[in-house]
Ligand binder design. Structure first.
Ligand SMILES: CC(C)(COP(=O)(O)OP(=O)(O)OC[C@H]1O[C@@H](n2cnc3c(N)ncnc32)[C@H](O)[C@@H]1OP(=O)(O)O)[C@@H](O)C(=O)NCCC(=O)NCCS
Length: 189
């Protein structure tokens, strides 16, 4: 387990898959994802079997929020497309339980994954792609310290028109600077 303040990241289990399928078929959740066809449990089970063949570093993790003594499944996230030469990887995240949106859980989860990527996996650059109209996600990533690298023009076709895909990233040196800032701020309290 990787523990944050209100959440933890844990290995995905087979029993989590029906919940993932429910989220992946929710139109509001799918708006921000690269999915445009209905998803079945059988497809998700196939994804799970393939996922187990990946290296441990690139296996997705489930996000659980602490509610009293219980840990509630609220989403999943992970690193993929590792470039071991450049020491970089791409981030993916979905908080599927919508009642947990806009409460800082996404920012906390991304920050926890950045910490894992930089301080455990020793990566140097973490990046992600986000659709230009996914303002909640963009704000969440900005709050987590990711900078705007640029945009892939008209890289997504969605609801009858083209959209830009934004590229955002954070470097290990920037993570260290932010951490130093946080430590100073905490010391001031
Ligand atoms: C994107 C996602 C991970 C963000 O998680 P979250 O827990 O909702 O994010 P946070 O609460 O940490 O931050 C969201 C911020 O966006 C703001 N926001 C929400 N809607 C907004 C909008 N329409 N315009 C601008 N800002 C908006 C929130 O107010 C909050 O900022 P604040 O803390 O300064 O007030 C989550 O909503 C999600 O998984 N969505 C569905 C799948 C998805 O889109 N994944 C991302 C693919 S790139």
């Amino acid at each position: 387990m990787i523990y944050g303040k209100r959440i933890r990241l844990a290995a995905v289990e087979r029993e989590d898959l029906p919940t993932f399928v429910k989220w992946l078929n929710d139109p509001e959740v799918r708006e921000g994802l690269a999915m445009y066809l209905p998803m079945s449990l059988a497809q998700e089970e196939k994804w799970f079997e393939n996922m187990l063949e990946r290296t441990a570093d690139s296996q997705p993790l489930k996000i659980q929020a602490q509610e009293g003594q219980a840990w509630i499944l609220i989403g999943n996230m992970g690193l993929f497309d590792f470039d071991h030469h450049a020491r970089s990887a791409e981030i993916g995240i979905m908080i599927g339980e919508k009642k947990y949106w806009n409460q800082g859980y996404g920012t906390e989860a991304v920050t926890l994954l950045l910490q894992h990527g930089f301080e455990t996996l020793n990566l140097n650059r973490l990046m992600l792609r986000v659709y230009e109209d996914n303002l909640r996600a963009i704000r969440c990533y900005e709050k987590s310290g990711l900078a705007h690298d640029g945009r892939l023009r008209q890289a997504r076709y969605h609801r009858g028109s083209y959209q830009d895909v934004l590229i955002m990233s954070i470097l290990k040196s920037e993570w260290d600077d932010r951490k130093m800032m946080r430590d100073v701020t905490d010391a001031d309290k």
